[in-house]
Design a protein around this ligand. Structure first.
Ligand SMILES: NC(=O)c1ccc[n+]([C@@H]2O[C@H](COP(=O)([O-])OP(=O)(O)OC[C@H]3O[C@@H](n4cnc5c(N)ncnc54)[C@H](O)[C@@H]3O)[C@@H](O)[C@H]2O)c1
Length: 316
């Protein structure tokens, strides 16, 4: 029988890509999502999909017989979290705790938590290692709360918990319909529509970007290699680019001639992120997709979707 893996947030960006990767590698996938920002079109038809909220107790039976849980569902928009901190805490802290409880009650052995490099907002040592965090913004604080409960369950119960600290993940299915979408999708979509890309701040902020397939390679290693138990692992590329440089790379592909528009910076965001990858590499993982190739694939995806008129605006 195929091993069952639960993926929360399966209709979102990373979760939908992860589900496809697990299916390709011979797992069966039970996917949960409340579709607050994710869309059903993202979910592979082979996923056993349940429209459900991670805060609800009704989700418990869905975890029975599962080998592992990837907990990705979260309130992920920084602006939404800043505007609705109680909701951010409900989804990202209480929701995580409820998913941990669901996993514990069904005796699921492996739990993988999607953490964030925003945990390092107040740390200024680069490249950044996993050993210290200093979350500042509401999103970071709420994800930190979820991670703290993961650590607690790892200590209290016989659970193999791994924490993956994503830097800026990009690629197909990233939510480009938000009012302020993640930077790459935002640039690509506007430029494909002939609109000037918007830069928040000066464009000098530097980000460590990692292509979603590389992240999922690490997810599979974590699932299959017991050495990942109890580990916190950065997942980035170990290289960073300024927002302006990203604009330049997108322009290199699209050749629009459009110049960026500048708007005031968003509060609380780190100026620089850069991952130290020693821990993840010790498990035999390394990023494979370089930024030009990753951007080219993302452009192809968005060209197909966005220009087919899917212009629903969701979230902030
Ligand atoms: N994408 C990145 O660059 C990045 C970076 C760092 C961390 N992360 C973390 O990775 C995870 C996945 O991120 P993503 O980029 O795929 O985000 P996403 O917003 O595309 O996906 C999140 C999904 O969770 C669902 N969801 C939200 N609240 C829910 C609830 N209460 N119950 C059920 N489902 C709910 C949404 O509908 C959405 O489909 C998140 O935990 C995020 O914090 C992502």
């Amino acid at each position: 029988m195929l091993q069952r893996v639960v993926v929360t947030g399966v209709a979102g960006f990373v979760g939908s890509n992860l589900a496809k990767h697990l299916l390709q590698n011979g797992y069966s996938v039970v996917g949960l999502d409340n579709l607050s920002t994710g869309t059903p079109e993202n979910v592979d038809h082979r996923v056993e999909f349940h429209e459900a909220d991670i805060c609800a107790r009704e989700i418990y039976p869905l975890f029975e017989g599962a080998e592992a849980v990837f907990h990705l569902a979260a309130k992920t928009s920084l602006v939404d979290c800043l505007n609705s901190p109680l909701e951010a805490a409900t989804m990202n802290v209480v929701g995580t705790l409820n998913v941990l409880e669901a996993a514990r009650k069904s005796k699921v052995r492996k739990f993988i938590y999607a953490d964030t490099s925003a945990e390092y907002e107040g740390i200024f040592d680069f490249p950044t290692t996993e050993d210290r965090v200093r979350p500042i913004g509401v999103y970071a604080a709420s994800k930190h709360g979820g991670a703290t409960f993961c650590e607690s369950y790892r200590n209290l119960y016989d659970m193999r918990v791994s924490v993956v600290r994503y830097f800026n993940v990009y690629g197909p299915a990233q939510d480009w319909r938000r009012v302020i979408p993640p930077v790459m999708s935002s640039f690509i979509i506007r430029m494909l529509r002939g609109e000037r890309p918007i830069i928040y701040g000066t464009g000098e902020k530097r980000r460590d970007f990692i292509y979603v397939d590389d992240v999922n390679d690490l997810h599979l290693i974590i699932l299959e290699d017991d050495r990942s138990a109890g580990r916190i692992l950065n997942v980035g590329s170990g290289i960073n680019f300024s927002v302006y440089e990203i604009y330049g790379l997108v322009e290199e592909i699209l050749k629009t001639g459009l110049q960026p528009l500048y708007k005031p910076d968003l509060p609380g965001e780190a100026q620089v992120t850069l991952s130290d990858l020693t821990a993840a590499k010790s498990l035999g993982w390394k990023p494979k997709v370089d930024i030009r190739e990753g951007l080219r694939r993302t452009v192809e995806y968005l060209r197909g979707r966005a220009l087919r008129g899917e212009q629903r605006v969701v979230g902030a």
